[in-house]
Design a protein around this ligand. Sequence first.
Ligand code: GLA
Length: 719
Amino acid sequence: MFTLGAFTEIRPPAVVAGFCEPSQKLGLLGAATRTTHVNEAEAAVTATSRTPARALGLDVDGLVFGCDYNPEQWDSSVWADDVRLMQQAGINLVAINIFGWSQVEPRDGSFQFGDLDRIIALLTEAGIGINLGTGTSSPPPWLTTAHPEILPTAADETRRWPGGRQAWCPSSPVFREKAIRLVTVTAERYGSHPGVKLWHVSNELGCHNAHCYCDESAAAFRRWLRSRYGDIEALNAAWGTTFWSQHYAEWDEILPPRTTLSLANSAQQLDFDRFSSDELLSYYRAEAEAVRRFSSVPVTTNFMVTAHIKTQDYWTWADDMDVIANDHYLDHRLPVPGRELSFAADVTRGIAGGQPWLLMESSTSAVNWQPINHAKSAGQLKRDSLTHLARGADGVCFFQWRASVRGAEKFHSALLPHSGTGSRIWSEVVELGSIMGRLSEIVGTAVTSDIAFVFSWESWWATDLDAHPSSDLRYLDQVHALYAALLDVGATVDVVAPGAPLDGYRLVVVPTLYLVSDDDAAVINEFVAGGGHAVVTFFSGIVDETDGIRLGGYPGAFREMLGVTVDEFYPLGAADVLTLTDGSTSTLWSENLSLTAATSIAEYASGPLSGVPAVTRNDHGQGVGWYLATELAPDALSGLLRRIVVEASAREFVELAPGVEVVRRRGADRDYVFILNHTDQPVAHPFAGQELLSEAAVTTTGTVDAGGVHIIRQEHEKP
Ligand code: GLA
C-alpha cells in the first residue's frame, strides 16, 4: 500500500543555476542560513525554498569519495601501490596527517616534513585531493613527558595518562601553544599547495577529552562564568546556591563539578557542560585562525553527531565551519542502528542549515570498539552510503584506507582489508566508487521538508542530569523514538535548533524539550498560534536555562499552548506497562494531567491514573498543539504521528513499507528520489523517471530489490 502526501505534486523551488561552481570555496557557505540565527530574509522563505542548493565548495569534481590514510603505519614501498588502488576505487579526497604529530615533530621544535612532502606529492600527481590534518589530535610522548600538566584530569582528580589518544586538557595553555606552533608551521608549508583541498583541524574534538577538571580548567571555567554572569550574585541566583549552603562570596571559590559525596548542583553541572563545549570551540578557532593566516582553502573538523559525542553543542559550532563534516558509525547497541544513521544525517544537514555536508568518516564494515562488532551484510555498504547521500551529503568518506596491522584499531574494517583486493569489501568499495562517480549530477541539490524536529544539546545535557523523577528517562531515547515513528510514517524532517524560525513548516515535533528558554518556547507557541501544528512529548518545558523550575504546573513553557496542566509525575517501573482507552500501551512515564482547554484523545485504562488523559489535542489560535504525556508503544506512536502528519497537511511523506525510506533531493531542473529498501523483501514504489543506478527508465512504478536502492531522476515540468 502506498500512502502518499502531496509529495509528488510539490512544485520545485526556483534555484539559482550555476551557483555552485566546484571551485567556490566553502568559506562562503553562508552564516545567514544557519538555523540558530534568524534574519528577515530567512524568516520569509517557505519550506520548499528554504534550502536552495549550494555545493560543498571544495575544489573537487563531483561527489567526494574519500578516506583517512595513515601511510606512516606502512613501509613507504606500498605507497605507490596505495595511490594506484585509490585511483582504481575512484577516491578523490584523502585525509592525511590526522595523528601525525610525533612523525612531523619527533622532538620539541624539530620538524621533519620529508615523508609528508612525499605523500602529498604522490597524491597530487595522481590527481587525488588532500584533506590535510593539522596533526594535533594526540600529543607526542616528548610533550606529555616534559609537560605532564597538559594531561586531562577526571572528575575525581585522577589523571588520564598517555598511551591512547586525545590525552590533553582543552584549557591547557602549554598544549595550545605547542599545537598552534605545529599548525602554523604546517599551514605555512602547505597552505598554498595545489593538492590541498581542505584542512582537517585535529580530530573529533571532544570525543574523549571534553571534560577536564584540573586546576587550569577550573581557572578557565571561572573566567567563562565571569563573562556569562558578570556579577557573582547573578551566578549565586542562577545556581540556587542558597540550597545546601553553597553561596559563593568570591569567584575563586568556584570549582568545576568534581566528584562529590552526594548529589551535585545541577546548574553548576549544566554550565560546566556549556563551558566545555565552548572551550573546545575556542580551541578549534585558534587552530583555524592559524591555518587561515597561510591558506584560503576551506577549514573544518569532523563532528560526531549524535550517538557518540554528547559534549559539544554543534549548533554553536556551525558558523565557524567552512564545511559541515560528520563521522558516522553504526551503533549495534541500538535496537535498529540504521535509524540512528538517518537521524544523524538529518541532524548534520540541520547543522549545515540545509546545505550539503560531508560524511568525513564511516566504516566499510565492522568497527572495533563495540562489545560485538558486526560486519556489514552484502550490499549494506552501498545502501548505508547512499542513505547519507539521500539525506544531503555531497560526499562519503571512510576510516580508513588500509586496515592496520598493529595498534588498537587493527580489527577495524577499511577500504583495503587485511585480505587485500580479493575481498568482498574491496569489490564493494570499487562498485561504490563507480556509483559515486556517476552520481555527480546530484551535487548541490537539497533535501527539503515541511516538518521541523527540534533537537537540543542543552536539553540533552539537562534531561540526563541526576536527581530527576526517573533515571530511565534519557533524552536521546525519546528523540530516537519520535524520529523512528516519523520514519515509519515515511516523513522527511528537518532537524532544527530550539528557537530556529518555523516559518513555512506545517508541523513541529518537540521531543522531551525539558530545558527551554522563554524566547525559544515562544517561537513554538507562536508558530501554533499562527496556524502551525506541534506535537510535544512529556517532560518538556519544565525548566529555564538555569535549570530552574517553571512554576504553576507542568509542562510550564507549553502549558497554555497545549491546554493542559500537570501537578505530579508518575514515572513507571522498568517492567510496568499501562493500557490506554484506545487499546494501546505505554511505558516509562505518566502524569497526573488535567485539561484546561485541550481535548483528551486517550486516557489511562489501568494504573493509579485510570481515567486521566494521556494523549491530548488542543486547538490553539489558528493551530493545534498535541501533547503525549506517556511513552507510547512504537506502533501506537507511529499511528498517532501518521494522524498528526496528515492533519497538519505535511506534504513530504511517502509511506511505502516499514523499513523503506523515501527521500527527495531537489535541484534546479530535476529532483532525485531515493528509495532505500532496508528490508529483506522487494518493495514496489510509484515514482516514474530514470533510475540512476541501473540506468533503466522506470515508467510508472518500479520495484527495489531486498536491501537495494533506487535513485529516480524526475525532470521538473516546464512552466
Ligand atoms: C573515529 C576516529 C578515527 C577512528 C574511527 C574508528 O571516527 O576519528 O580515527 O578511530 O573512529 O571507528
